[in-house]
Design a protein around this ligand. Structure first.
Ligand code: IPM
Ligand code: MG
Length: 362
């Protein structure tokens, strides 16, 4: 039987609740499908590890993850540790260390979910945002001089490389090509940023020539926010820089009803390294430890994980179970205006997966 090694990194806050929930759902799926199994290993890196060891993960941590088939990540963020330390010490260390340069963020209004857009039918909002995940505004290049003095200077340099832009454009065009509408919007800000973003636009034109069947357009990032609200159906696949896509994807998640639902995949398309799957909601310290976290973002991330490792039938079944659960308002967590707990939602998804199994055997 096929066996997949999955590294679980719950991290901080509600990550510690939703990652075990994701693991339970994957176990239930493997038990129902019977064609494969998972070997999980859990790494307790994050804020608590930092307090004990002075770093978010051990120096040799990447080596420990190097040969797994996928990573399931919860969140990194701690109210007592500066955000740039938690981010750079764990999540970005893995994303950049494993050159997971394509960050993929699908957004849909799932059945039973009430989005804030009044004139938007659920089918009008079906997007995948592709976020450049290795450079740009998150390159980490910059510094501070004259710290604390009146003449202090600080810079954060956005680095764009031709190779980096080409590979994310190619990834986005390929993804757009694989979707029914074959439609890509390239987000830019080349009116104001007249060097790197102009190169970004030029590379889009070049790469587009390799994909004559993909329709594409260009949109300025500010105008794109308005278009997402006013004309959601005019978008399908969207590619943007690291920071632009960070912002657009929160807007997308909110327009789809809740940040608690949105999934993401940090992918190394060349499969030199493991890819990492995580909900986008973050550590949410205000609700941690109360069993209130919505595990759907993690479950949907598990769907992406399954697709990535090639178990697409299992991915389809899990997505179906997720949609059955969101369709039932009694199974909505607090972020969706409901009263259900993390455990109730998890049990409901697991029960549906087991039911599929019984139907199959019958
Ligand atoms: C995301 C998050 C992170 C980011 C935070 C936690 C630093 O907002 O994955 O979108 O900005 O990349
Ligand atoms: Mg974000």
């Amino acid at each position: 039987m096929k066996s997949y090694r999955i590294a679980c990194i719950p991290g901080d806050g509600i990550g510690k609740e939703v990652v075990p929930a994701g693991q339970a759902v994957l176990e239930a799926l493997a038990a129902a499908q019977r064609g494969f199994r998972f070997e999980f290993s859990t790494f307790d890196w994050g804020g608590d590890w930092y307090r004990a060891h002075g770093e978010m993960m051990p120096a040799a941590g990447l080596e420990a993850l190097r040969h797994v088939d996928a990573i399931l990540f919860g969140s990194a963020g701690d109210p007592h540790i500066p955000d740039h330390i938690t981010l750079w010490g764990l999540r970005l260390k893995i994303c950049q260390g494993f050159d997971q340069y394509a960050n993929v963020r699908p957004t849909r209004i799932l059945p039973g979910i009430d989005g804030p857009l009044k004139r938007c039918a659920p089918a009008d909002l079906d997007w995948v945002i592709v976020r450049e995940n290795s450079e740009g505004e998150y390159s980490g290049v910059g510094g501070r001089v004259h710290q604390g003095h009146p003449i202090e200077v600080a810079t954060d340099l956005s680095m764009m490389t031709r190779a980096g832009v080409e590979r994310i454009m190619r990834f986005a065009f390929r993804l757009a090509q694989s979707r029914p509408r074959k439609l890509l919007t390239v987000v830019t800000k080349s009116n104001a940023q007249r060097h790197a973003m102009v190169m970004w636009d030029e590379i889009a034109v070049q790469v587009a020539q390799e994909f004559p069947d993909v329709k594409w357009d260009k949109e300025l990032v500010d105008a794109c926010t308005a278009r997402m609200v006013n004309r959601p159906a005019s978008l399908d696949t969207v590619v943007a820089t690291n920071l632009h896509a960070d912002i657009l994807s929160d807007l997308a998640a909110a327009l789809a009803g809740s940040l608690g639902i949105a999934p993401t995949a940090n992918i190394d398309p060349e499969r030199r390294y493991p890819s990492m799957f995580e909900p986008i909601h973050g550590s949410a310290f205000d609700i941690m430890g109360k069993g209130l976290a919505n595990p759907i973002g993690t479950f949907w991330s598990c769907v992406m994980l399954l697709d990535h490792i090639g178990e697409s039938e299992a991915a389809r079944q899990l997505m179906q179970a997720i949609e059955k659960v969101t369709a039932d308002p009694r199974l909505h967590t607090r972020d969706l205006g409901g009263k259900a707990t993390t455990e109730e939602v998890t049990n409901a998804v697991c029960a549906l997966l087991a039911q599929n199994d019984r139907l199959r055997v019958a």
